[in-house]
Design a binder for this molecule. Structure first.
Ligand code: ATP
Ligand code: MG
Length: 689
């Protein structure tokens, strides 16, 4: 019996508690759906439920917890651990919960496929293609079957992959996908069909899987009567966060494994559905109740614990104007007199300066950098701000932007490992082999062929007649390759060997070898967190680490830094202060989306997601002029912009409008709060004491 202060469940409100207690201890917990607005404690409730289940005897090994990112999975595990800690009063390591099956759909899929590989005719040494690799393979196949030569206007490889991916994830026929989302490609339907067939063959031949395969094969297994039952029997509980952003395939995985919905609990918010462009559908939430052989329970939460009332009012106004109504009213008891700010600014350079000023001012008032975030629609929108932050030595970490792993030198080392893992993977082999001086495309192609078709890849390479001029380098590579293919090599020795082998090539290939070498050291440092080569390669491909301000890779964990994030990657998180950049038409809604009503509504939800990340301070910045990086042939350009259409004149009452011109124009119209002036003075004085 716990006192109220010890009872971690005492803080839950009645609806949250109902979700946490739902059928606890029952032989077959009925399927449960929690639908609720932003910041109402969905994720928190899920974490408490995990703890409650474990408390009541559930085996953590038999809980499948599916989240939006690896970070989210780790956070949720920690939160559940915290609750258990309070329940049992455990100390230190004892209180740690390990949930071996917590992760994203993709990473869990990769693990299950490896475990079941023998049963489904998959070679367990498969490697995973990231988006870039998948595009490249699509491009190669397109070239091989002659489409790019004969059909000059044929869609680009990236578009082809998007179409393919949409068909797979949405479980929709090609002609419908073309009609609905890619009408300008409809004339190519027959050729695309051929292309996709060849693409699938190529993946199989090379023993590689792309992101879509991880879900597709898992769904196929789940749909099989025997395998599906086996998969289902692995887990007593299947819990899914952010269910509004799952696609048809993901829903099929859940229903396939648990046809009766036993132990299934999902939480989501239809107003925050922002992955429609990748085939996610809110229908999964709407159809949830009727998907299982027993009816699902529904719980809604209406109290928001995150944001102040003025922030909620403004966010509710934005989402309230949506065409499709989301019947939820959020309330909070966090009163505040500070309205969200709508900051009008001449251009992006000023925007960057203003945001930096604000961030520093807020830090002076005691708000650490880590509790401040800057959000934007597209990764490229933060360029000016990044420069300004660097100029002022303000550390930052960027989520959802250019990933650490996209750097050439990191890709090189990983390609070597992937090629060792899976000699049939042509892209990795091609990349790795061409690092060797004297080996060009033609030789690499034949080498890849030789390695891929032999059942002893190391020997096949060794006996291959390479040009005489690369003998020494070639021998060194063959030695490395043989070692990397030695069974039972202790991880991360593989990575260390590959990295050491790469060093001279790094110095030869790059002027800034020193900086890049530091990145590679980071990669080696990261590797300790993974059990073996397969899981390292899979996990790092599926959920790459973020880029930081010092280009050194992994976040500087003990330092204070500002968070920069695309809105998409900010899902589920919260900060005391949130700045949203470029709240103008053309950015939110984005240029590309303008036109199609459904897309525009998704952009509205995106703005809603951004706004509801803020706890106390919210600033929407509206530059009058901004730069568009265009994908089309029109080139980049500067445009004059207007406030986003999602903030209509009637909504302005929810905001405090302020205009700002740079200091050199001597028109600083937002007065600096007194508190800051005093602190600055104090600091100046203290410096002499
Ligand atoms: P989102 O839709 O953005 O994912 P969410 O519904 O998952 O939001 P959480 O992130 O779980 O919301 O919770 C939002 C904040 O409210 C967190 O800081 C959480 O700790 C806090 N919170 C949730 N429930 C309670 C509660 N009963 N008492 C106090 N604080 C709570
Ligand atoms: Mg959440």
């Amino acid at each position: 019996n716990l006192s109220a202060t010890d009872d971690p469940f005492a803080s839950l409100n009645p609806e949250q508690r109902a979700a946490v207690e739902h059928d606890v201890g029952a032989e077959a917990p009925r399927p449960l759906l929690v639908v609720a607005g932003a910041g109402s404690g969905k994720t928190n409730t899920l974490a408490h439920r995990v703890a409650r289940l474990i408390q009541s005897g559930a085996d953590p090994q038999r809980i499948l917890l599916l989240t939006f990112s690896r970070r989210a999975a780790t956070e949720m595990t920690q939160r559940a651990g915290g609750v258990l800690h309070r329940l049992f009063g455990l100390k230190g390591s004892q209180a740690q919960v390990t949930l071996p099956w917590a992760g994203t759909f993709h990473s869990i899929g990769a693990r299950l496929l490896r475990e079941f590989s023998g049963r489904i005719g998959l070679d367990d040494q498969f490697t995973i293609h990231d988006r870039g690799d998948s595009e490249d393979l699509m491009g190669m196949v397109r070239h091989e079957i002659g489409l790019s030569q004969t059909e000059k206007r044929f869609p680009l490889k990236g578009t082809c992959l998007s179409i393919y991916s949409r068909v797979v994830n949405g479980r929709e026929p090609l002609d419908q996908v073309l009609q609905a989302f890619f009408p300008w490609c409809s004339e190519w339907e027959a050729q695309l069909k051929t292309l996709f067939g060849a693409y699938v063959d190529a993946k199989q031949e090379q023993n590689v899987l792309d992101y879509d395969d991880l879900l597709l094969f898992w769904a196929e297994m789940a749909a099989d009567p025997v395998l599906g039952a086996e998969l289902g029997a692995l887990f007593d509980h299947v819990l899914v966060d952010e269910y509004q952003d799952t696609n048809r395939l993901q829903a099929a995985i859940v229903t396939g494994m648990k046809p009766d919905g036993r132990g299934v609990m999902v939480v989501g918010d239809d107003a925050q559905s922002i992955y429609g462009f990748r085939g996610a559908t809110v229908r999964n939430i709407l159809d949830f109740a009727g998907q299982f052989s027993q009816p699902a329970q529904l719980i809604t939460l209406e109290r928001n614990y995150r944001s102040t009332q003025p922030i909620l009012d403004a966010s509710n106004a934005v989402i309230g104007a949506a065409l499709e109504r989301h019947a939820k009213t959020l309330w909070t008891d966090k009163v505040s007199s500070i309205k969200p700010q709508l900051v009008l600014i001449p251009d992006e350079a000023e925007q960057a300066r203003w945001v930096c000023n604000r961030i520093l001012e807020q830090r002076e008032t005691g708000m650490p950098l880590k509790s401040q975030a800057v959000l934007f629609r597209a990764a490229s929108h933060s360029a000016a701000l990044e420069l300004e932050l660097m100029r002022r030595n303000i550390p930052f970490v960027k989520f959802g932007g250019l990933k650490f792993l996209e750097a050439a030198h990191i890709k090189d080392v990983l390609a070597v490992l992937r090629f060792a893992q899976n000699p049939s993977g042509r892209l990795a082999g091609f990349r790795a082999l061409q690092l060797i001086p004297g080996i060009g495309q033609a030789t690499a192609t034949r080498l890849v062929e030789a390695a891929g078709t032999s059942n002893d890849a190391a020997t096949a390479l060794e006996v291959f007649p390479v040009p005489a001029r690369c003998k020494g380098d070639w021998q060194a590579f063959c030695d490395l390759y043989r070692r990397l293919r030695t069974p039972g090599l202790r991880w991360p020795l593989d990575l260390e060997l590959a990295r050491a082998w790469y060093q001279p090539h790094l110095e030869r290939l790059h002027d800034d070898a020193q900086v890049r070498a530091a990145d590679l050291d980071q990669l080696v440092a990261l590797s300790g967190g993974y059990g073996n080569r397969e899981s390292f390669l899979a996990e790092i491909t599926l959920d790459p680490p973020e880029a930081t301000s010092d280009r050194a890779g992994a976040p500087l964990l003990d330092e204070d830094y500002v968070i920069l994030s695309t809105i998409h990657s900010s899902k589920g998180q919260e900060w005391n202060s949130v700045h949203v950049l470029n709240v103008v038409d053309g950015c939110i809604p984005s240029d590309m989306a303008t036109g199609n009503q459904e897309d525009i509504e998704e952009e509205r939800r995106l703005l809603y997601v951004a706004m509801t990340r803020a706890r106390e301070n919210l600033h929407l910045v509206v530059p009058n002029r901004f730069f568009i990086k265009q994908q089309s042939s029109m080139g980049d350009r500067h445009v004059y912009a207007a406030r986003s259409r999602f903030i209509t004149p009637v909504m302005l009452k929810h905001f405090e409008e302020c205009a700002w011109l740079s200091a050199d124009k001597r028109e600083l119209r937002t007065p600096m709060p007194d508190s800051i002036r005093i602190m600055v003075r104090d600091r100046a004085r203290n410096a002499w004491k």
